[in-house]
Write a protein that binds this ligand. Structure first.
Ligand code: GLU
Length: 508
C-alpha cells in the first residue's frame, strides 16, 4: 500500500492548456495540499509526432500564474527525476519485454502500410475501421502467429517491431472510481494497443502505468476522456505491479459547451468570443494565437475559483472561495459525474467579485501594464491606487480599469457638450469661474471639502447643485460616466481640476 499521498498531473506538451486541463491540475493540487501530499507534474512527451515547441514552458508558466506550483517536476526537480518521459526512454523496454515473457504482450512486425492493407482487407459495412485485436491478431505478422524461431530471427535481424498488449478476448475489468463508483469494461472490444513503438519509445499507455508505479503515485485524477483507456491501464497494473498497488482513480467530468452539447473546444471559444485557454497561446507552426483568460484580464484567484465550481461545490451554496478555503473544503467525492457547462458570463461574475474583494496592490502591476500598452505610462502609483479604488466596483475584467480610469491620466479630448448646452447659461458659467477660485483657497483637498464648497457656492448663487454637477462631470470626465464627481476632482488634484474647468468654459 502507498505510504504518502502523491498525485500527478501528466500533460502532453501539445499546445496551450485548456480550461479542463487547468481544472485537472487544480483538483490534483487541492487534494494534495488538503491531505499533506505531494503534487507531481510529469511531462508525457513520448509521442514525438505531437510534440510542440514551447508547450512545456507554457504549462509551467500557467501553473505559476494560477499559483498551483508543483512540488516535483522537470523544472522543480525531485527524488523521482527525470520527470520528462522522453528522458526515461530506457526504463520502459524491460517492462514491455516482461509482459511478452508472461504472454501478456507480443511482438508485432507490421509496417504502417501493412496495417493499412489489414484495414482494407477486414473492412465490412458493420465494421468500417477494423482494429488490431483478438479477432485478427492470428492473421497478422506477430510473435503469436509465427513460430518462436521466426520471431527470434526477425528480432536478431533488427526488423522494426512494436510490442502490443494481448487483450483478453472477453473479460470484465472493473474500475473503482472515486467519483463514478464501479465502472465495468469488457476487454473484447478493445484493440491490442501498442505499448512500445518501433523507435523504442513507449506509448502513453505503458509509460503512464510504469511511471505512476515508479513515482509512487497514490491517486490519479484525470479527465473523463481517459475512461476508455482504463481497462488497458488496469490490466497493465495487474500484469506488472499488482492491482493492489494501483493508484485510486478519479475521472473528472467534462467541461461542456455553453449549451451543454458536447465537450468545450478551442473552436467554441473562437466562435463565441471567449477564451478557453488559461493564457494566450501562439501555435509555433501556424502563428495563430488563441486567447487566454490571463490576457482577457482575469485574476488567477477568480480563474481557479471559477474552475473549482465547475464540477464541485461544498454543498452550502457558497460560490466565492479563496485557494486556502478550497484546500480546506475540497473533497474529490463531492465532484459530480455530470459534465459542467461553461458559462462565460458567470466566469466574468467571478472575476468582478474578485476584483472587488482583492487588495488592489495585488493586481496593480497588471493594470499599469495595460495602461502602458495603450500608451499611458503611470509613474504616480499613489494616484493609480486611488483611481483603482475609486473605479474597481465598475470593473469586470482588468482592461476595464483603463476604460474606466483613463480620464484620470489624460484630459478627455472630447466632451459631450450636448449634455450640457441645453441648460447652460451665463450664471452657470460665472459659477464655475468663481468655483475655481474658491477651490484654490480650500485648506484641505478632499472630496467632502470640494463638495462642501461647491454646494455652498451654489446655494449662495441660488442655483440647484444638481444642475451643476452634470456640467462639472463633463468638464472632468468628458462624458456621463465614472465614480462620484467630487471623488474624481479629489483624485485629479487642484491644478488639473481647475484646468479642465477652464478648458470647457472656453469651449461651450
Ligand atoms: N498524458 C495524458 C494527457 O495528455 C495524461 C492522462 C492521464 O492523466 O493519465 O492528458
Amino acid at each position: 500500500m502507498h505510504q504518502k499521498l502523491r498525485v500527478r498531473f501528466a500533460p502532453s506538451p501539445t499546445g496551450g492548456l485548456h480550461l479542463g486541463g487547468v481544472r485537472t491540475v487544480l483538483f490534483n493540487y487541492l487534494f494534495a495540499k488538503k491531505n499533506g501530499g505531494d503534487f507531481v507534474v510529469r511531462i508525457e512527451d513520448t509521442d514525438q509526432t505531437r510534440f510542440v515547441k514551447g508547450a512545456e514552458e507554457y504549462i509551467f508558466k500557467t501553473l505559476s500564474w494560477c499559483g498551483l506550483e508543483p512540488d516535483e517536476s522537470p523544472i522543480h526537480g525531485g527524488p523521482y527525476a527525470p520527470y520528462r518521459q522522453s528522458e526515461r526512454k530506457s526504463i520502459y523496454r524491460e517492462y514491455a519485454e516482461q509482459l511478452v515473457k508472461a504472454d501478456k504482450a507480443y511482438y508485432a512486425f507490421e509496417l504502417p502500410e501493412e496495417l493499412e492493407t489489414m484495414r482494407d482487407m477486414y473492412k465490412t459495412p458493420e465494421n468500417p475501421s477494423p482494429q488490431y485485436d483478438h479477432r485478427i491478431r492470428m492473421n497478422m505478422r506477430n510473435s503469436l502467429s509465427m513460430t518462436l524461431e521466426e520471431t527470434e530471427r526477425l528480432l536478431e535481424d533488427k526488423v522494426p517491431h512494436v510490442i502490443r498488449i494481448k487483450m483478453p478476448e472477453s473479460e470484465t475489468v472493473t474500475l473503482h472510481d472515486m467519483i463514478r463508483g464501479d465502472v465495468n469494461f469488457n476487454t473484447g472490444t478493445i484493440d491490442d494497443k501498442v505499448l512500445l513503438k518501433a523507435d523504442g519509445m513507449p506509448t502513453y499507455h505503458l509509460a503512464v502505468v510504469v511511471d505512476d508505479y515508479l513515482m509512487k503515485i497514490s491517486h490519479a485524477f484525470r479527465g473523463e476522456e481517459w475512461l476508455p483507456s482504463v481497462p488497458v491501464h488496469i490490466l497493465l497494473w495487474r500484469y506488472l505491479f499488482g492491482e493492489d498497488n494501483m493508484p485510486q482513480w478519479a475521472h473528472l467530468p467534462l467541461i461542456l459547451k455553453p449549451d451543454g452539447n458536447g465537450k468545450l473546444s478551442k473552436r467554441d471559444g473562437d466562435r463565441l468570443g471567449f477564451p478557453v485557454f488559461a493564457m494566450d497561446w501562439t501555435d509555433p507552426k501556424t502563428g495563430e494565437t488563441t486567447s487566454g483568460f490571463r490576457e482577457k484580464g482575469f485574476l488567477p484567484e477568480a480563474f481557479i475559483n471559477m474552475l473549482a465550481m465547475m464540477g464541485w461545490n461544498d454543498g452550502s451554496g457558497q460560490e466565492i472561495f479563496s485557494k486556502d478555503e478550497l484546500i480546506e473544503k475540497f473533497s474529490i467525492e463531492r465532484v459530480h459525474k455530470a459534465g459542467a457547462k461553461f458559462d462565460y458570463e458567470k466566469a466574468k461574475w467571478f472575476n468582478h467579485e474578485w476584483i472587488k474583494a482583492e487588495e488592489i496592490t495585488r493586481y496593480q502591476e497588471e493594470v499599469k501594464n495595460i495602461f502602458r500598452k495603450r500608451g499611458i505610462e503611470i509613474n504616480d502609483t499613489n494616484k493609480l491606487s486611488k483611481v483603482m479604488q475609486s473605479v474597481k466596483d465598475r470593473c469586470t475584467l482588468l482592461p476595464d480599469f483603463y476604460d474606466q480610469g483613463k480620464f484620470f491620466f489624460e484630459s478627455p479630448g472630447q466632451w459631450d457638450l450636448d449634455a450640457v448646452k441645453p441648460k447652460w447659461n451665463a450664471d452657470k458659467a460665472a459659477f464655475f469661474v468663481e468655483f475655481s477660485e474658491k477651490l484654490k483657497l480650500l485648506s484641505e483637498w478632499s472630496a467632502p471639502s470640494i463638495e462642501g464648497s461647491f454646494k455652498e457656492l451654489a446655494a449662495a448663487k441660488n442655483i440647484k447643485a444638481g444642475e451643476l454637477q452634470l456640467p462639472l462631470r463633463i468638464m472632468l470626465v468628458g462624458e456621463k460616466k465614472g465614480p462620484p464627481v467630487f471623488e474624481i476632482a479629489a483624485i485629479l488634484g487642484l491644478d488639473e481640476t481647475v484646468q479642465r474647468i477652464s478648458l470647457l468654459l472656453e469651449k461651450i
